[in-house]
Design a protein around this ligand. Structure first.
Ligand SMILES: Nc1nc2c(ncn2[C@@H]2O[C@H](COP(=O)(O)OP(=O)(O)OP(=O)(O)O)[C@@H](O)[C@H]2O)c(=O)[nH]1
Length: 301
């Protein structure tokens, strides 16, 4: 997508968070303690996180104490946010030297996991890849049904098990099928809720081990889907999942429904996980490669 189109989409999707970054009304104010307190409150409200907020406030104090707030200050804050996001390669996912490439997708129920997989599958298919989707949430038949609908729509194959089947066995079948058919990419959906967290994490580890055994060097990405509207709670989820299955990146969803879009900074800072994609709407085209520059610029529009 052209940069302008991407920018417009980000801008529309991030409009609620952007309301908090409308600092132009503050132009002409003196950068004193009261100004810094107001700036701090906005950053915290946007869920940028305490550590990142403190750093930004300290840096603004250093550079602008007793000056007058103007465009330079806005550009300075933009620069700080971009720096904290440490973006490297927007939306780029690792690929296998020898196919299939495997992406394992995790996240709690309702985070937007299935929808994100559908959007990602469509994107990868449009790029000319062949795909297999594996529905490893065998506890909730509805989850596999939903994925099946999306798979049909995207014209990709789906592997699913009987209700209550061992999720690792579904992963096993999907790996075998992907290898046998010379498929480019296998995307593995997993359950997000079991009766205990320990059980859930153990199941995820088991799936991961099966994939690793059948397709050496995989999974090439373990993507954690986090609901942006959860703000700081998303960080806690990220900690639990990362500890258990070692995530490599994040898909941050539902940023269009929240003023807490600053959580992208908090996730990047506290978890050191790159944000690969963001969800800025329910449409299939609303999963966009995360780009720190575009993200920050659209917050200040
Ligand atoms: N506004 C908005 N809605 C989204 C976005 N991503 C997902 N959703 C919606 O969030 C709801 C939950 O998404 P699912 O994909 O079903 O979530 P899940 O994590 O797979 O949850 P289960 O299906 O319960 O396992 C759906 O109504 C999606 O349309 C987004 O970026 N923006």
């Amino acid at each position: 997508m052209a940069i302008k189109g991407l920018f417009e989409r980000f801008k529309k999707g991030l409009a609620r968070t952007a309301q908090l970054f409308n600092f132009r009304t503050w132009f002409g104010r003196k950068v004193d303690q009261s100004f810094l307190d107001d700036l701090e409150a906005r950053l915290i409200q946007a869920d940028v996180g305490v550590a990142a907020t403190t750093r930004i406030i300290d840096r603004v104090r250093e550079a602008f104490a007793d000056k007058t707030a103007d465009e330079n200050l806005v550009n300075f804050v933009k620069g700080e946010l971009k720096g904290l996001l440490e973006d490297t390669t927007p939306g780029v996912l690792a690929t296998a030297a020898k196919k299939p490439t495997v992406y394992l997708i995790a996240g709690v129920n309702g985070s937007g996991k299935t929808t994100s997989i559908a959007k990602l599958a469509q994107r990868l298919k449009d790029q000319g890849n062949t795909l297999v989707l594996a529905a490893c949430d065998t506890f909730r038949a509805a989850a596999a049904d939903q994925l099946e609908i999306w798979a049909k729509r995207a014209g990709t194959e789906l592997v699913r098990g009987a209700s209550g089947a061992d999720p690792a066995s579904v992963a096993h079948d999907a790996c075998q099928r992907a290898v046998a058919r010379g498929i480019d990419i296998l995307i593995v959906d997993t359950a997000g809720r079991l009766h205990t967290q320990t059980h859930l994490m153990r199941e995820l580890e088991k799936i991961r081990n099966v994939i690793q055994r059948l397709i050496p060097g995989s999974p090439h990405e373990v993507l954690l889907v986090l609901d942006g509207t959860n703000g700081q709670n998303a960080i806690r989820q990220a900690e639990v999942f990362t500890k258990s299955i070692g995530c490599t990146g994040v898909i941050l969803t539902k940023l269009d429904g929240t003023a807490k879009g600053g959580v992208a900074v908090a996730v990047r800072q506290s978890m050191k996980l790159p944000i690969k994609f963001i969800g800025v709407g329910e449409g299939i085209e609303d999963l966009q490669p995360f780009d720190a520059d575009t993200f920050v610029e659209s917050l200040f529009e």
